[in-house]
Design a binder for this molecule. Sequence first.
Ligand SMILES: NC(=O)c1ccc[n+]([C@@H]2O[C@H](COP(=O)([O-])OP(=O)(O)OC[C@H]3O[C@@H](n4cnc5c(N)ncnc54)[C@H](O)[C@@H]3O)[C@@H](O)[C@H]2O)c1
Length: 233
Amino acid sequence: MKLERQHGARSAVAQGDPLARRSLRGDPHGARSLRGDPLGRMIVDARSLLLGAACGAAVVALALRRRGAGGLPPRGAPRQAAPVASGSVLAAGKVAVIIGSGSGIGRAAALRCVALGMKLMLADIDEVDAASVAEECVKAGASKDDVVVQKCDCRQEKDVRAVQRAAYAKFGAVHLLMNNAAIQSNNRCGPYEHVDRWRTILDTNLWGVYLGGLAFVQPMIEQVRVRFRVRVS
Ligand SMILES: NC(=O)c1ccc[n+]([C@@H]2O[C@H](COP(=O)([O-])OP(=O)(O)OC[C@H]3O[C@@H](n4cnc5c(N)ncnc54)[C@H](O)[C@@H]3O)[C@@H](O)[C@H]2O)c1
């Protein structure tokens, strides 16, 4: 039926009928011309029904959201708890590896981990910066023995794997991996210029994160499995 209707409308278009042309484009004024025949009325009625249902659903969703129903807090409300339980990881004695810990968010995270009593592996391409963060951590109360610095270029698989081996050799486990190493374009590369700069950004911000997962995820899963085996035997 729809095909026939469209075919009819197309031939009307071919004959220069402007209303038929509008109806083919989905123009509501063109559709209005369909109200004369029963099929046209059904189509217009179905559209109104769908529009009404969509508006109704949107109003209900908005009302539920405002009331905080469905487990979601109202928009803008402070969240009382993290969506993922992190209590067992962010705790005294647990080990954090922060790649890109020499400044900014990585440095702030390191100091937060110290406040929680955690042990730290601070990795960064800039070893001097990472060492100065380690000093800050010790001043903030960490034991010297619980903060290790290692130079690492997150773009290099061998460097990231070396951090993983060093962390396990020193602490025996890793509970938190933070792939924070990143650089920005700072508007210094045009979209299709400075290919080398883009490659460096992607190698750092994308591949660095991938390599972190590649080196750490398997041993981190394994360490949980081992703990589980010990518990049940
Ligand atoms: N600071 C913010 O408000 C903010 C907000 C949103 C997102 N971010 C993003 O988060 C990322 C980190 O932000 P930040 O403020 O901590 O940046 P930052 O520049 O202060 O710190 C990044 C750290 O990564 C290190 N690093 C860079 N390249 C590396 C490499 N190849 N290998 C190992 N380490 C390397 C740097 O030496 C530095 O210590 C950035 O990409 C930033 O765009 C930052």
